[in-house]
Design a protein around this ligand. Sequence first.
Ligand code: SF4
Ligand code: SF4
Length: 528
Amino acid sequence: MKEWRLLDAGHMTAAQNMAMDDTLLELKGAQKTPDTIRFLQFYPSAVLIGYHQSVQEEIRESYCLEKGIEINRRITGGGAIFFDENQIGWEIICDKSFFNMEIPNQRLFRILCEPVINALGQMGINAAFRPRNDIEIKGRKISGTGGTESDRAFFFQGTLLVDFDVDTMLKSLKIPVEKLRAKEIDSVKERVTCLNWELGYTPSSEEIKSAIVKGFEECLNIKLIASGLTKDEETLFSKKIRYYSSPEWIEMVKPKQAGKEALQAASKVENGLIRFTITVDSARNRIQDIYITGDFLSFPGRALYDLESALKNKPFSRDELFKIVEGFFREGRITIPGISPEEFFKPLEIVFEKAAIGAEYGIPPEVCNQISVTNGSFKEVIAAEPSVLLLPYCAKDLACDLRHAKECLWCGACTVGRAWELGLERGLDVRCVSSFEDLLSELESIRQLGEKAFIGCCCQPFFTKHVNDFEKAGVPGILLNIDNTTCYELDQAKQAYKGNFNSQTHINIDLLETVFNVIDEYRAKGAA
Ligand code: SF4
Ligand code: SF4
């Protein structure tokens, strides 16, 4: 039986933990450190984005600053997580040859989750592996994992939710609502769980750690011996802390810096969320800047940045870009477990659609980013001459007697009134949507009545989440983003779907007018 080191330095800051991860990975890659299982804990609390994510897209920075929650970036991919002092992380840092199989692969992820599933079993909890790389209890996630590699070393880490402060997590992370779509589950409490909720009490750290140690020893057939850092590790670790505390590391990915000219699109495929932010040099029709972010795991560590470099300065052409992406996947220069080149390319297709809207109608990129289309291109929907305008009840004044009604008397107290007026001026049939069921029946009635197309206003997360429902309804439409905090951000989607969202959004009147101007011009041309 092989002996491995058990390393447990207790609570550390986010920068110390990240510096420690990199130290262990680097020295293991150079064969200068033992195979190790490490526990990690954080003090102060921290939010950690995945290697391919950006702080601006994932984290509510001002809230974290106010509450003293540290922000940092992991050396592994995956989604952003909130790590308060109660949670326990576990890591495997070992020689790649130990597992004797290709890295990464789905079977290995399962093997690496087994020890923690075993530990949960010792505590009387029946947990199971959930592909791609999570551990769940009756469908609710209790542990997420991620990994990376360097030279001869493999690094895999996971979190175990011990006690869970949903409220602080929701306030510190911007949860990408696209993530909810796959399972149609809206509330965080229905998607995750923790030891405290399962057991009715919080086990001590010692109890949890000793169950995990036993789990690793049994499942990997190793003997864990507790010890500290080697001299080499101590030296390298103290050198790395400064870098892992720096904006150079934490803010390494900055798609928002791409500015107003950037086109953005996201797509949630089964195994991850992929987001492209692209600036096109329109004079040369070439990609000027490109950022690919998301919560996926990619191997090797730098592959995504190499892909971004390969796409930069290339002609903004669907075929050319797909050829490069597909080549990277085919030649094994990038591996993203569970995501195909076609799925990876999906958000780029949406970027092309937005670029086409900008080029055809002179609409600036930041406005195109607020527009989505269903059952046709923007141009096709305009040509179909939309005859119905759908407005969401959540944009109505909270005190309005008609908040939950289909009508509006356009009294001027909220943006629904102005939007209603603009629709009527153009002869559109304007209706308010009072719940999710009501939306489905509106779309069905639009289809049955043979209306050719519609314009709708809703938050972009709602459209992304229900893109398939809109497609199924079969009516061409343009969906315009609305302003203000959505029900998803407030974790009130369930109530909102029934028509009971108790906060107010606003119709983006400028955006609506931009699209109506395009329709007016189209009609004028037709009449001429
Ligand atoms: S504009 Fe319409 S929805 Fe808004 S407060 Fe007036 S009547 Fe109510
Ligand atoms: S904020 Fe909620 S209620 Fe309003 S459009 Fe979005 S999903 Fe619907």
